[in-house]
Write a protein that binds this ligand. Structure first.
Ligand SMILES: C[S@@+](CC[C@H](N)C(=O)[O-])C[C@H]1O[C@@H](n2cnc3c(N)ncnc32)[C@H](O)[C@@H]1O
Length: 434
C-alpha cells in the first residue's frame, strides 16, 4: 500500500475501537495496523493509542461534556476519533492546527464524512473553552483506572495508594536481559556504550540493562545474534529466586512466550532437563522462536496445567516455576489496554484457575523439591491470599523464608509498579517436605 493512502489517525481510531468496543488486545490488533506504516509512524501510532488508553476516563468525561448524545453503531468509532483529538490537544506535542484538521480529515477514510462538522465543532470548543485546564471531577477519573480496579486498589493499599496509582500512569522503561551464554554483561555494557546507547544498571539484577529512551531493540547491537532479550526487571528475578541447580529437572509451567524459560537456562546451563508447558499452541510458537534466537534448548509441551494426566510422563520434577495466568494488573503501565479488557468478574475465574493449577502441579514435584509461584498481578486474592490458602490446605507445603516474604500474615513478596523501575509482580517460594 502506498503511504499517501494511509491515515494514521484513522488507523489509531480503528485500533481503539477494536480494543474498547470489540475486546481485542493491543497485542493482536496494533501490530497489524502498524504494518504498512513507516517506522516513525508505527511508534506514533502506538504512542497515540496507548496515550488514549492511559487517560481514557478523563477523555470520556470531556466527551460526555461536549457531545450531547452518545454516537451509535457505525458512528461509534467517531467517539474514539474525538478522544484521540482531545489526547493530541491535551497531552501531546502535536500542534493545535494539525490536531484539529488532521483529526477531522480522518473521518473520510473511516467512512464517516457526515461527522466532519461535528468533530470540527467539538475540537474547536475544546480549545476555546480550555477544557483540558479544568480539574478532573474526582480521583478515579484522574487516575486513569476503571472504577472497579480503583476501588480494589484503594481498599488494599491505603497509605501507598496515591503513589501506586501515580506510578501506574507512568510509562515503563525497557529492560534488557543479557544472554550470558552468548556475551558477558560487562562486554555487552561496553558494546552499548560504544554505540552511544543511553542506559542505567541495577545492582539487584546481574544481567539487566535499563534503556533510558525508547530505542527500537531490534536495531541494538547483537539482537540477531541473541545477545539479549527484552524482559522487565521484576520478571528477571524469577530465575534467581528459583535457584536452578546442576542436574535438576525443571518444569516451567505456563511458559509462553518463554522469557523465564530462557533465563533459567542462562542462569544454570547444566540442568538435566527443562519442560516448557503451555496450553496455547499459537503462543507456544513464541517459546520456540525465543529459544532459537537466543540459542537455547527446552522441551516444549502443549498441555493444560490443570490436567497433567494428559501430558505428564510420570517423572517428578525437582523444581517448578508456576508463572500463573493472572489479571496482569502489575503490567498496566506497559500494556494499558489491560485496564479496559479486564473486568471485575474475571478475577474470581482467574483465582479459581490458579488454585486448580497450584494443586495439580504440586503433585508433580519430588519430596524436598520447590515451587516458585509468580504472577504479574497486584491483587491480594491472586497473590498472598492465594498462597495463604494453598499453605493452609496443603500439609506438605511450607514457605521458604529466606527471601520473597513480606510478613507472617502476608506470605510472599509483592513488588509494586515503579519499585526500582520494575513492573508489579508477586513471588512466593514453596518447599515440599521430604
Ligand atoms: C504470565 S504468562 C507466562 C509468561 C512466561 N512465563 C514468560 O516469562 O515469558 C501465562 C501463560 O499461561 C498460559 N496458560 C493459561 N492457562 C494455562 C493452563 N491451564 N495450562 C498451561 N498454560 C496456561 C497462558 O496461555 C500464558 O501464555
Amino acid at each position: 500500500m502506498k503511504s499517501k493512502f494511509l491515515n494514521l489517525r484513522a488507523d489509531a481510531a480503528k485500533v481503539l475501537h477494536q480494543i474498547l468496543e470489540e475486546g481485542q488486545s493491543a497485542r493482536e490488533c496494533l501490530p497489524l495496523a502498524q504494518l504498512p506504516h513507516k517506522e516513525q509512524d508505527k511508534a506514533w501510532l502506538q504512542e497515540m493509542v496507548y496515550g488514549v488508553l492511559r487517560n481514557l476516563p478523563i477523555l470520556q468525561f470531556w466527551l460526555r461534556k461536549l457531545l450531547d448524545k452518545p454516537l451509535k453503531n457505525r458512528y461509534k468509532i467517531v467517539e474514539q476519533l474525538i478522544m484521540l483529538g482531545f489526547y493530541q490537544l491535551a497531552f501531546s506535542r502535536v500542534s493545535q492546527h494539525a490536531a484539529v484538521s488532521e483529526t477531522v480529515a480522518a473521518c473520510q477514510p473511516l467512512n464517516t464524512q457526515a461527522m466532519k462538522g461535528l468533530v470540527n465543532a467539538i475540537l474547536r470548543t475544546f480549545i476555546r473553552e480550555e477544557i483540558s485546564q479544568q480539574q478532573a471531577p474526582n480521583q478515579q477519573i484522574a487516575s486513569g483506572l476503571p472504577k472497579w480496579l480503583f476501588k480494589k486498589l484503594e481498599a488494599e493499599y491505603q497509605d501507598g495508594f496515591i503513589d501506586l496509582i501515580g506510578n501506574m500512569q507512568q510509562k515503563a522503561p525497557i529492560w534488557l536481559r543479557v544472554n550470558t551464554q552468548q556475551i558477558s554483561h560487562a562486554d555487552f555494557v561496553e558494546t552499548l556504550g560504544n554505540a552511544s546507547i543511553d542506559f542505567t544498571l541495577s545492582t539487584e539484577h546481574p544481567e539487566a540493562i535499563i534503556l533510558s529512551k525508547g530505542y527500537d531493540v531490534t536495531s541494538l547491537p547483537g539482537f540477531d545474534k541473541g545477545w539479549f532479550a527484552v524482559q522487565d526487571g521484576a520478571a528477571q528475578l524469577a530465575a534467581h529466586y528459583l535457584e536452578p541447580a546442576e542436574n535438576q529437572t525443571i518444569l516451567d509451567c505456563c511458559a509462553a512466550p518463554g522469557g523465564k524459560t530462557c533465563h533459567i537456562v542462562e542462569t544454570q546451563p547444566n540442568i538435566t532437563k527443562i519442560v516448557a508447558l503451555e496450553v496455547n499452541q499459537q503462543r507456544a510458537l513464541k517459546i520456540e522462536e525465543n529459544l532459537s534466537r537466543l540459542g537455547h534448548n527446552a522441551e516444549i509441551v502443549i498441555g493444560d496445567a490443570t490436567l497433567p494426566e494428559q501430558w505428564w510422563d510420570g517423572q517428578l520434577f525437582d523444581q517448578v516455576l508456576l508463572d500463573a495466568p493472572c489479571s496482569a494488573t502489575g503490567i498496566i503501565r506497559r500494556h494499558p489496554d489491560i485496564k479496559w479488557l479486564r473486568k471485575a468478574k474475571d478475577i474470581e475465574v482467574l483465582v479459581t484457575l490458579q488454585k486448580q493449577i497450584l494443586d495439580a502441579i504440586w503433585a508433580l514435584i519430588k519430596p524436598g523439591g520447590t515451587m516458585l509461584y509468580a504472577t504479574c498481578s497486584i491483587l491480594p486474592e491472586e497473590n498472598h491470599l492465594q498462597i495463604s490458602d494453598f499453605l493452609s490446605r496443603t500439609p506438605n507445603a511450607s514457605l521458604d523464608n529466606r527471601f520473597c516474604n513480606d510478613s507472617v500474615d502476608r506470605p510472599g513478596k509483592q513488588i509494586l509498579p515503579g519499585d526500582q523501575q520494575m513492573d508489579g509482580f508477586y513471588y512466593a517460594r514453596l518447599l515440599k517436605s521430604k
